[in-house]
Design a protein around this ligand. Structure first.
Ligand code: SIN
Length: 525
């Protein structure tokens, strides 16, 4: 262990609550049964389920259509084929997670996944079907067989969200506030009672018998990302500052093939490689077979590091994704992706596509049980903001939308079980965002120092930089990522440390952060 690395279990994570903002006065009090924060697939779907059991308010800081889910490509993985079996989906997911998946969560995901997909079909999601009406299944890295349903020329996330939004609008007892951000959770010592919400320049204190966090991930903190800029990990910051446990924050997945021109980095779905697309360096060599027997379909962390190494070796800021070997019939399934490329002035039929890695998905988040309960009573979480342990150290392709459906459903059922408390609403101090300059600088620093290849020295300098930033959502989440990455003195899954390049059996544990306490190492079975 180098001098710069603290003991893995003792890395302190202590952040002050925000103090720079004024405590808001004249807040109106709004009473609902369920408050859902976030409008990605986990938020929309859990709100739709919750509204069967009571009045629900869904808030989103942007517009309903803006979310990581709506940007998600690839598709949704589930053992739907007659020859497939959830047990095989379980084993592929466990393999990707490099010894850190929580087995019971993976079982739930794989066994309940097919029913959730059937339900999406009934709700009108236009999955691509064959002549007999069965979903056409695609292949992605890490899956032992074709298992991915997809829709709308590769824009699967958008297709699912589009199908569910009219249901949301029609659901009785469901209200939506757009442009409304949760600025703090209302905690009365023993439980979460709701949230302080900023909207149209005013403040509301929303009292709910259950609050469901569905704010998505935090990869928007990275300068180069496939996520919308709204993905700043707010739910993680809010939960952590309110005293809830947060886990596995060092595990950030980088997607190897994001369009290299422009930001945010538009994703070139892994499903293209599933259909035969190849990665070549700018010196004219197909390089993946040199790195891994699975070639272009090796795990994402392996491909991302290989792409990074090839970019360094050739001095280019990208490698090329070549579609020459993809059969024309398969290319037809990606029409939306190609339209988007053309709208950015690039014709994928005329030249290889320049791609480079980008921050894509956070495996860690607010620690929850299989039913979405956080360590703070009254607070639930589902989707990317949550850490069920289902992804371990690396998420398997197309398990993320599935996670939203399976665990979003469970969180809503759990929320319905909570009875109203009638407790008085506590006060809260809003957590601010960084200004644009700090936000930009943080993004660059995160990509360099807490990126695809990390080391103790760079993580330490990132920590020192974070100390110079004002208390904020972004600083809190970046601090949690950095603390986890410093504590994990090994390389496992998406977390790669140049100074500790191997897996260490002694670190088959999860680092759990709780404000004001040292990181705890836990073993989850
Ligand atoms: C992709 O299509 O490559 C992304 C889907 C995912 O992240 O699982």
């Amino acid at each position: 262990m180098s001098d710069s690395d603290p003991s893995p279990v003792m890395a302190p994570v202590i952040f002050s609550r925000a103090t720079s903002s004024v405590r808001p006065r004249d807040t109106e009090v709004v009473d609902v049964d369920f408050l859902v924060i976030g409008s990605g697939l986990a938020g929309i779907y859990s709100a739709l389920q919750a509204t069967r059991h009571g009045e629900c308010l869904l808030i989103t800081k942007a517009r309903l259509q803006v979310s990581n889910s709506a940007w998600a490509q690839g598709g949704i993985a589930a053992a739907l084929d007659a020859d497939d079996d959830p047990a095989q989906h379980v084993s592929d997911t466990l393999r990707a997670g490099r010894g850190l998946c929580k087995g019971s969560a993976v079982e739930v995901l794989a066994r309940e996944g097919p029913s959730r997909i059937e339900e999406m079909l009934e709700l009108g999601v236009p999955f691509v079907l064959d002549e007999e009406g069965r979903p056409v299944l695609g292949l992605e890295g890490g899956h032992g067989r074709r298992r991915i349903v997809h829709a709308d020329g590769g824009a699967t996330g958008q297709a699912v969200v589009k199908a569910l939004l009219p249901r949301l609008a029609a659901a009785p007892g469901l209200r939506v506030w757009e442009g409304a951000r949760a600025a703090a959770l209302l905690v009365d010592g023993s439980a979460c009672r709701g949230a302080l919400v900023e909207r149209e320049g005013g403040w509301s204190r929303v009292r709910a018998r259950a609050t469901i966090l569905a704010t998505g991930g935090a990869c928007g903190l990275y300068a180069r990302t496939t996520n919308p800029p709204t993905a700043t990990g707010d739910g993680i910051a809010l939960a952590y500052l309110a005293g809830a446990m947060v886990a596995d924050m060092e595990f950030v997945q980088f997607h190897p093939t994001a369009f290299a021109l422009g930001r945010p980095a538009f994703l070139l779905s892994e499903a293209l490689r599933g259909e035969g697309a190849e990665l070549w360096n700018t010196a004219g060599e197909r390089f993946m077979p040199r790195y891994d027997a699975e070639g272009e379909l090796a795990p994402r962390d392996v491909v991302s590091r290989a792409v990074t190494a090839e970019m360094a070796a050739t001095g280019a800021d990208h490698v090329q994704l070549r579609l020459d070997r993809v059969p024309p019939a398969a290319l037809a399934h990606f029409s939306q992706l190609f339209d988007t490329l053309r709208s950015r002035g690039f014709d994928p039929q005329k030249q290889p596509i320049p791609v480079a890695p980008a921050a894509h998905f956070l495996m860690g988040g607010v620690k929850v049980d299989l039913d979405g309960r956080t360590s703070l009573p009254g607070l639930l979480a589902c989707g990317e903001v949550a850490c069920t342990g289902v992804h371990g150290a690396n998420r398997l392709a197309s398990n993320s939308l599935l996670e939203c459906l399976v665990f979003g459903y469970r969180a809503a059922v759990t929320a319905a079980d909570r009875s109203p408390s009638g407790a008085a609403l506590p006060d809260a101090v809003p957590v601010p965002y960084l200004g644009p300059e700090d936000r930009h600088a943080l993004g660059e620093q995160m990509f360099t120092d807490a990126g695809i290849v990390r080391d103790g020295g760079r993580l330490q300098s990132l920590d020192a930089y974070l100390d110079t930033l004002p208390a904020s959502m972004e600083r809190t989440v970046a601090g949690l990522i950095t603390a986890g990455a410093r504590a994990r003195t090994e390389s496992r899954g998406a977390h790669f440390r140049a100074d500790y390049p191997r897996e260490d059996d002694g670190l088959r544990c999860h680092f759990v952060a709780c404000a004001g306490r040292p990181l705890q190492a836990e073993v989850w079975e």
